[in-house]
Design a protein. Structure first.
Length: 420
């Protein structure tokens, strides 16, 4: 009797756990995605990025909007109320079951990606017990990723299949299929624009590895690469360009008026800055030195233009400059490496993601997954990366605790003491 692939076994276990979480607490993101199902199903394309009946307006790139529209067809059959724009806060049992199930099903993309990467691990080394351990470990780190389970299957989002596309793109890079890797990443950017954080790693690696050959710069390869990426973006944004709505779409994707910090602070530089600002405000108020209250400031509200109380306000341009500065060491190192390898690319990707997380504008606490998931690919092969992964993943997952503010979430919080 053939033995089941460990990746498949772990995926089945993960699916079972996710099914148990179907009745779990859900955040406002559940209503966000239900509203997007309604918008894309009930309204013409020209109104998708203008509709504002709900405060949770469509603010993801067009490919994700089309993904929501695709899901809206079975949703309308399961429960027609799901796709009604006016049904704000709609959350029947069938609605919850459908939306939870849609996240579980789309996680199959991550499963396929993990199988692909584990296949590369097996092919790169002779068969050995250590190789099998690495395969099982990576499967656990990705398919049973604590952060993904909290964010997708409790809090509610669709990150699993998006990271699946990312891992598939990385697999292509590792196999030397640069064009296909670039194509998948371009698609990913048009599903979720926050993956722009890691785009410098793709740009510098593909320019170095694909466009610069031993005999010099290849104009043909550069044109092929550029044309492929432009074609994907034209397919995504082209209809809105024709409608004269490109500016409206961009304003939805990059809402700089939301303030420096998200309501649930990400564990980054600006959380420290905000804490210092709040502390100075409290001290100054109690000493009678400042005429400010202890409330308000960067931490108040989910959406809105937030401000500091004592310290200088940080404009978006400052966060952009600091983020660019954090990218420079990784980018320069990758460029100056005589023989750019997929491993150097992956390290550059992780560092770009981490720099963006530390210094970016309005960073969500969930963005740490953009660091820990690619880092797990390095951790199974390098003890130094494994040490870094243990530290970053543990701290990053603990920082997700504010998403589990209900008593039932305490069990999951205790489980997170094991970094995975």
């Amino acid at each position: 009797m053939p033995i089941m692939d460990p990746v498949d076994s772990i995926f089945m276990l993960a699916t079972f756990i996710k099914m148990l979480l179907i009745p779990a607490y859900k955040s406002t993101d559940f209503e966000v995605h239900r509203n997007w199902l309604a918008i894309t199903h009930s309204l013409p394309l020209s109104k998708w990025y203008y509709e504002d009946t709900s405060e949770w307006t469509l603010d993801y790139p067009p490919f994700f909007a089309w993904f929501e529209k695709l899901l809206s067809y079975p949703a309308s059959l399961v429960d027609p109320g799901i796709v009604e724009v006016v049904n704000l806060g709609y959350s029947t049992d069938t609605c919850v079951l459908f939306q939870r199930a849609s996240v579980i099903v789309t996680d199959c993309v991550l499963w396929i990606a993990v199988k692909q990467y584990c296949g590369l691990l097996r092919a790169s080394q002779a068969s050995s017990p250590l190789q099998d351990v690495r395969t099982v470990l990576l499967s656990f780190l990705l398919l049973l990723n604590y952060g993904l389970i909290i964010v997708d299957h409790i809090h509610f989002q669709y990150n699993g299949f998006l990271f699946g596309i990312l891992v598939l793109s990385i697999c292509c890079i590792c196999k030397g299929e640069d064009l296909l890797g670039a194509f998948l990443f371009a698609i990913l950017l048009n599903f979720k624009h926050l993956f722009l954080y890691i785009s410098p790693a793709y740009f510098i690696y593909l320019l170095k590895h694909y466009c610069f050959k031993k005999n010099g710069f290849s104009v043909v390869n550069f044109v092929k690469l550029g044309s492929l990426v432009v074609a994907v973006f034209l397919l995504s944004f082209g209809p809105f360009v024709l409608l004269g709505q490109l500016g409206q779409v961009i304003s939805r994707l990059f809402p700089f008026k939301r303030g420096l910090c998200h309501a649930y602070w990400a564990a980054n530089v600006w959380a420290l800055y905000s804490t210092l600002d709040k502390g100075l405000a409290v001290i100054g108020s109690r000493l009678g030195l400042l005429g400010v209250s202890q409330g308000g400031g960067m931490m108040s509200g989910l959406v809105g233009d937030m401000h500091t109380l004592v310290l200088p306000s940080i404009p978006p341009i400052v966060t952009i400059i600091l983020t660019l500065l954090t990218w420079i060491p990784a980018i320069v190192h990758t460029w100056l490496t005589s023989n750019a390898t997929p491993r150097s690319f992956l390290k550059c990707l992780v560092l770009c993601a981490y720099g963006s997380f530390l210094c970016g504008w309005h960073v969500h606490e969930k963005a740490i997954l953009m660091v820990t998931i690619p880092l797990s690919l390095l951790a199974v092969d390098d003890i130094r990366c494994a040490r870094v992964f243990m530290l970053v993943s543990t701290a990053g997952h603990i920082a997700l605790f504010p998403l589990l503010y209900q008593p039932a979430g305490e069990i999951v919080c205790v489980h997170s003491s094991l970094p995975c």
